[in-house]
Structures are given as structure tokens and as C-alpha cells.
Design a protein around this ligand. Sequence first.
Ligand code: 13P
Length: 354
Amino acid sequence: MQKLMNMNTQKLIDTAIAMVAGDKGLLAIDESNPTCNKRFAKLGIPQTIDARRNYRELILTTPDLGKYISGVILYDETIRQQKKDGTPFVKIIIDAGIIPGIKVDTGAKDMAGYPGEKITEGLDGLRLRLAEYSQMGARFAKWRAVIAIDAIGGDGIPSRACIEANAHALARYSSLCQEAGLVPVVEPEVLMGGTHTIEQCQKVTEEVLRTVFNQLFIQRVILKGMILKPNMVLSGLNCSKQASVDEVALATVESLLLTVPAAVPGITFLSGGQPCELASARLNAMNIRFKSQLPWALSFSFARAIQQPALEIWQGKDENILMAQKALSHLARCNLAARRGEYSAEMEMEMEKI
Ligand code: 13P
């Protein structure tokens, strides 16, 4: 076993480095069918396998996607799909110079004994599924844990039990991924919904990350061959005092410096429902202020903050594909600029002119 790990190690490290190279970032198009359908329903798009396929084809055939995006995270349905002309999606991704990845958890379920909290499932049979995905061309995987903060209830949410159970699952998933030659993207998401302050978010984020890295160590995960996908440290969506862009940048980097080992090559934030411009501005602020002092790359792995405008423009109609692709490409470019600390409000105006 250990020998197999050694053979794999360099490949894992090379892939992880490539995932954050060239100031590019990851694009998550791994919404489960229920989540994708919910987003389609809001816009009156039919919730069918065909519509989901068409939408993913629109995204993957966006011109120049590979200039801004290093890796794409697919969903089980999507990794098996093809373009209308029969070209497999995985081939389109690889031909664009992008690394294919796959979401492998089976969703966050209610946690027994802990009302209001979730535990992510999907470990049973994971070894076999990873082998299949690897054969299909995936080179990395993703597993998302969700941690809620309840600032009003006062009944201890998040509980230690929820944090530990999710961290343990993330570590076991990561270890299985590395055995299969796939880079684990480790996503412990502290949710932004709620009335909590940025200080409360910071405290919970630090506790979660400390617990996650402790579990990764226990499960012998090779830190150089993984990517961390955390939340930014934010004020709760309904908190009366919203932290500024600079406060978010400072709190987030402070928390990461306290908890994430330098061996990890890259940190790719989720967007978590932040408006697109704010997600880019906050990433930009972190890179302007701290990039030269940080051991890891600070990058993005956004779903909504890159896709949402494109989805709203498309509305399921062929005649809107071109405009939707322009919006997607524009946001991918904005986030590449944010990695360089070169994102600006003027960049947003460029989109308005398109
Ligand atoms: P958002 O950027 O929309 O939060 O999605 C990222 C993701 O992959 C959630 O698992």
C-alpha cells in the first residue's frame, strides 16, 4: 500500500500544482441534479436531463475557457455525457488544456441527534467509484462538508460532533482519493446564511480547519497532493454589520495562516452565494495585500460566482448561448485578474458594454 502511495505521490503533487498554476482557478459545474433543477426552475428552464446536458455543453464549449480555468469539477451525470456531436465532455475539457475533476460525495444529510446540522455521506463504495472516475479521465475529486452557524439559537451550532464527524469523513475521502491517484479537493464550507458576525465566522472557520487538518494528518493524507476549498470569512448574510472587503480579506488570511500548513499548494475558495463582484473583489484584496507573503496560492473554485449570470442569460434558449458564454468567460477572466490583484470595477463595466 505504502509503495503504491509512493508511486502516486509525484503525480498527485504535479496535478495539485497544475490546478493552481498560471493564476487560473477551478470552475465548479458539479451541482447535483436536484440543485441544478432548483436553479433551472427559478428561471423557468425545463428540469430535464437534456436541459442539464445543453447547459453543461454551453459552459464547456465557451471559447478560451482554458485561458482562465485550470480545472472543471463535474457531476456523475455530466462526466458520462457528450456534446451533441458525440464528443465526450471529458475530451472537450482535456483538449482545452483543462483538468477534469469529479464531485464524489453523495450529499449533506441531516445528522442524527443534532437537529439543524448536516453530515456529508458517500464513503461506502467510494474506492470503486474513484477507480471508475479515474478510468474516465478524472484527475481530482471534490467532497463538500457543510457547517452551519446558529448565532440566535444558542444551542451550540456548530457542535463539536458535527465538526469532528465531517472532518473525519473529509479525511477518509482524501486518503481514498490519493490511493486512487486523484487529488482531493477538501471542502469544509462554513455557511454564510445567518445573523452571525464576521468574528463568529472566523472563530468557527478556524476550529473547523484545525480539526480538518488534524484528521488529514491522522489519515496520512499527503498535504502536498491536495487542495483546500474553504469559505471566505464573512459576516452572516443577515448580520446587521457587514464587514468591508478589506476586513474580509484580513480575517480570511489570518484564519488560513493559523490553520493551513505551508505544504498545501493551493487554497481555492468557494463562492457560497456571494455576489459575483464581491467574490472577485475579496479574492483580489487578499492577493493585493498578502500574495507575496503566503506559502500557498490563493485561488477560486467558484460555481455560482462564475456561472450564475450565464445561466440567467441563457434561460434554456439556443439564441442566448453566445451571450451566456461571453458572461461566463468574462467572470472567469475577472477571477484570474483577482488572483493577480489586478481586478477592478472597470473590468465589470467591460461586461456591460458587451
Ligand atoms: P459556489 O461557488 O456556488 O459556492 O459553489 C462551489 C461549490 O462547489 C459548492 O460545493
